[in-house]
Design a binder for this molecule. Structure first.
Ligand SMILES: C[S@@+](CC[C@H](N)C(=O)[O-])C[C@H]1O[C@@H](n2cnc3c(N)ncnc32)[C@H](O)[C@@H]1O
Length: 201
């Protein structure tokens, strides 16, 4: 089972809060692609960050398209249920946890608020097909996935992300991943030393 938990990468969530949400908030619809989302803590954490930083009405226009190759064919059901064991939710800041989680019927499990669950949908998808799941994304998050690909595959996947981003859309990957030199001219770094980029052409 893929390793992941809620609020795994606070630095990325803070960058989304500080740079991405303010830039996208005025758009009519905000589409986010979480590519390689595992069983849901990452897309749900992103959904919570959006909700924390915008009013409920605007948040209704946010759609998080969570995809994964999901070789075990389990993630769709887990994400739809939105119920997670204590060890996957215990790093969430206490105030946020109190606002969005309630004890579930299963002992030591917690369920995410309906408002957040509604915002996230899951689809099985293999990034190496290079088929975008839709166009016009404001943000694409692909973390701890590209490292498993060969260099040429990484370039093709990131180029596909670029094509499917809306004008001025953002792409974020993990700290240890570098933008391939071939693609440096089509993305600009938003923050130095952090892997958050904005589409420039
Ligand atoms: C280590 S997990 C990362 C989960 C999450 N992004 C995070 O950082 O917490 C890597 C995920 O990539 C998915 N994955 C691997 N190859 C993939 C592919 N070709 N297309 C889509 N997802 C893939 C795996 O199924 C797994 O869920």
């Amino acid at each position: 089972m893929a390793f992941t938990y809620f609020f795994r990468d606070m630095q990325t969530l803070e960058m989304i809060r500080d740079h991405v949400v303010p830039a996208l908030r005025t758009r009519r619809y905000i589409h986010v692609w979480d590519a390689g989302c595992a069983m849901g803590p990452e897309p749900y954490s992103i959904a919570i960050i959006f909700r924390e930083n915008m009013g409920g009405m605007i948040f209704r226009n946010v759609r998080i398209h969570a995809t994964d190759i999901d070789e075990s064919n389990l993630f769709g059901k887990i994400i739809e249920e939105g119920m997670y064991p204590r060890e996957q939710v215990e790093r969430i800041p206490k105030d946020i946890f109190a606002r969005y989680f309630a004890p579930a019927e299963k002992p030591d499990h917690f369920r995410i608020a309906e408002e957040i669950r509604r915002c996230v949908s899951f689809q099985r998808h293999n990034l190496l097909t290079l088929d975008p799941v839709r166009n016009g994304f404001g943000l694409i998050v692909c973390k701890n996935v590209l490292l498993h690909f060969k260099e040429e595959e990484r370039i093709d996947v990131i180029r596909m992300f670029h094509d499917t981003l809306a004008e001025g859309g953002f792409f974020v990957t993990e700290q240890t991943q570098k933008m391939p030199a071939e693609l440096e001219s089509i993305f600009e770094p938003v923050v130095s030393n952090v892997q958050l980029f904005r589409k420039v052409e």
